[in-house]
Design a protein around this ligand. Sequence first.
Ligand SMILES: C/C(=C\CNc1ncnc2c1ncn2[C@@H]1O[C@H](COP(=O)(O)O)[C@@H](O)[C@H]1O)CO
Length: 174
Amino acid sequence: MNICVFCSAYSLDARYTAPAAEFARLLGEGGHTLVWGGSDAGLMGLLADEVKAAGGKLVGIMVELLKHKGYRGADELVMTRDLAERKAELAARADAIVVLVGGLGTLDEVTEVLELKKHGLHDKPVVVLDTEGFYTGLRTQLERMDAEGFLPRALGELITFAETPEQVFEQLKA
Ligand SMILES: C/C(=C\CNc1ncnc2c1ncn2[C@@H]1O[C@H](COP(=O)(O)O)[C@@H](O)[C@H]1O)CO
């Protein structure tokens, strides 16, 4: 499976990096391909290192603007002109999307895939690894949208939340 991962480009402490590394190990050992932003920065770089060490393949979708942070050692590195083209390419290459902890870039990416899914433009699973309850606020907001009629589909059809890396893969199989 080609698994697109959105996650932080910053270096984080072990309570965030350890579950991400475990997720990466399961991805690599499962024979999957990581499709990601193609950077060696922060958690993005750690994820790629761990997937590679576990035998998985790496497909990086880079953007001109950030090419100085490109990951050396990807099986394929695709260069896109701008962030919009990169987001489209990331989604197009994926069979499933997994969201790890991240900041505004990650939030922008997950929001876009959910908006496209809302409109029926794809039906790929979107699973959030909710490490340390990092996404409690996002989940609460989405649940309110669901309960108060802001979503055309049930929230559970758009996105699911996992507490552990193992649960992410169980939800991708379901
Ligand atoms: C932090 C530094 C450079 C950032 N480099 C990036 N390279 C590739 N992709 C990136 C970068 N920054 C953001 N992205 C994309 O957004 C997500 C991460 O953003 P966040 O704000 O950290 O959550 C990630 O999924 C990427 O696709 C300088 O060292």
